[in-house]
Design a binder for this molecule. Structure first.
Ligand code: DOR
Ligand code: ZN
Length: 470
């Protein structure tokens, strides 16, 4: 199609930006097309041309991959509440640097996001600092009421997160990992009873119910001092994951609630999910790069950098998860980006904080895994397309297609990246993915057509907006 002095193609009369000459990752596979963008939205995919609409800026993407920005549905931005660990500015800078153009933040900030009012304050704070778009999960407490969940939905919550086994401090208004405490300040953790009581409400709202799936009874029975990584594994057996998945699926499915399993870590948990799916469950599964790239054998190298809950397990678990991702049984790869301060991670294994940063390495590690599995384009489904569906944005994000937001990562397939601490934009530089190598690098990143990162450097200010499920 030519562009002379004549009127441009009718549905994009004001093309502002053309990303030209790249290999574009569309939902139908790679295509050699130019991406036309106007007003932050993709207006057309055109056959490559060196002539472009008058007045448009042109980004030369020859030799590059032009990919949909990733959507990380599982991050802990720690804001408000834990500025020593992270804040919305550093979280979203790390995201942008890694080609993640939307993050969905977990509700274990202070105060815990248990009502619409709390969510609205958090949204305003995030909006003032965010360099990429963001959604916010609401928190389910054992005391949560239907009214609270409805107010969260009204305020735009992406869905609800229940931390099985995690108590809530009433005075600090904070989710606490405090197993077997009898402190009266602590509200008991949400349990299967809580899920059963609230499943009809969640189902009526049509939003996803995310669970941290580790059965608290099993964890309590297997608690022990953590002197070695073997103790970590023994204290959180995979049966805890399998039992929690089976129980939550049984409850969610009775009411038609959309269950989503966060950070699947074990072959046994996967099997429980597959059994439920065979029985008609519509649950969705997410795993994280640390479970796809690391195993217990890496602890000698990484130490507490790879202490996360649920734990990174054996090479057998890792292989089962890789195959499930490859076959589309696990549809979503998200990070559980959970930074802590260096001091909190430097404590002895027993007391070291659990969690690792990850948002910045999501895309490049997923492209690398997909490449090794024989089809690099598969990664787009794991980190963009399927996550968009989970959070109700399948009509505006997660794909390169006319009418979708121009959230784009320009990736160089000829230059690799080593995940070195010095590259990391999160407050915590060390993490479970440290030292890994990807054959790809991020060149530029756009959020709704605006350049936010160029060669690892931030461009412009906090232009991120809150996204709400459609
Ligand atoms: O390792 C973890 N860290 N697992 C969780 O479930 C919570 C998270 C955090 O918030 O630090
Ligand atoms: Zn998490």
């Amino acid at each position: 199609m030519g562009y002379g002095r004549e009127p441009l193609v009718p549905f994009h009369p004001l093309t502002e930006l053309v990303i030209a000459g790249g290999t574009v990752g569309t939902a139908d596979g790679p295509r050699q097309v130019d991406v036309h963008i106007s007003d932050g939205v993709i207006t057309a995919l055109e056959e490559h041309s060196t002539r472009h609409p008058a007045g448009s800026r042109v980004m030369d993407a020859i030799g590059m991959y032009v990919l949909p920005g990733a959507i990380d549905v599982h991050v802990h931005g720690r804001d408000p509440g834990f500025p020593e660990k992270e804040d919305f500015g550093t979280l979203t800078l790390a995201a942008a640097a890694g080609g993640v153009t939307t993050v969905v933040d977990m509700p274990n900030t202070i105060p815990g996001v248990d009502s619409g009012g709390v969510l609205e304050s958090k949204a305003a704070l995030a909006h003032s600092k965010a360099r990429v778009d963001f959604g916010l999960w609401g928190l389910i407490r054992s005391s949560s009421t239907a009214d609270q969940l409805e107010s969260l939905a009204q305020a735009g919550a992406t869905g609800f997160k229940a931390y099985l086994g995690y108590a809530f401090s009433r005075s600090r208004r904070q989710v606490m990992y405090a197993p077997d405490s009898d402190d009266p300040d602590l509200e008991s953790p949400p349990d299967y009873g809580t899920l059963l009581r609230l499943a009809p409400v969640v189902a009526a709202l049509g939003l996803p119910l995310v669970i941290h799936a580790e059965d608290p009874g099993i964890l309590a029975a297997f608690r022990r001092p953590l002197e070695s990584y073997a103790d970590v594994l023994a204290s959180r057996p995979p049966e805890a994951e399998a039992v929690a998945i089976a129980a939550a699926a049984a409850i969610a499915d009775s009411f038609g609630a959309r269950l989503h399993i966060a950070h699947l870590s074990s072959s046994l948990g996967l099997r429980a999910a597959e059994v439920a799916m065979r029985d008609g469950s519509t649950l969705s599964l997410e795993t994280c790069p640390q479970y796809l790239w690391r195993s217990d054998a890496d602890f000698t190298q990484l130490g507490t950098s790879m202490k996360v809950y649920p734990p990174v397990r054996t090479a057998v678990d890792r292989q089962a998860l890789i195959e499930a991702v490859d076959q589309g049984v696990i549809r979503i790869v998200a990070t559980d980006h959970a930074p802590h301060s260096d001091a909190e991670k430097a404590r002895p294994l027993e007391d070291a904080a659990a969690g690792s940063p990850g948002v910045q390495t999501l895309y490049l590690s997923s492209l690398e895994l997909a490449k090794r599995l024989g089809d690099v384009w598969k990664a787009l489904k794991w980190v963009a397309e399927a996550p968009a569906v989970l959070i109700g944005l399948q009509e505006s994000k997660g794909r390169i297609s006319p009418g979708f937001d121009a959230d784009l990562a320009i990736v160089d397939p000829r230059r690799g990246t080593v995940f070195r601490p010095a590259l990391m934009r999160s407050k915590q530089k060390h993490g479970a993915m440290e030292g890994l190598e990807s054959s790809f690098s991020i060149v530029e990143v756009y959020v709704r057509g605006r350049l936010v990162v160029k060669k690892g450097r931030a461009v412009g200010g906090p232009i991120g907006r809150m996204v709400k499920p459609s």
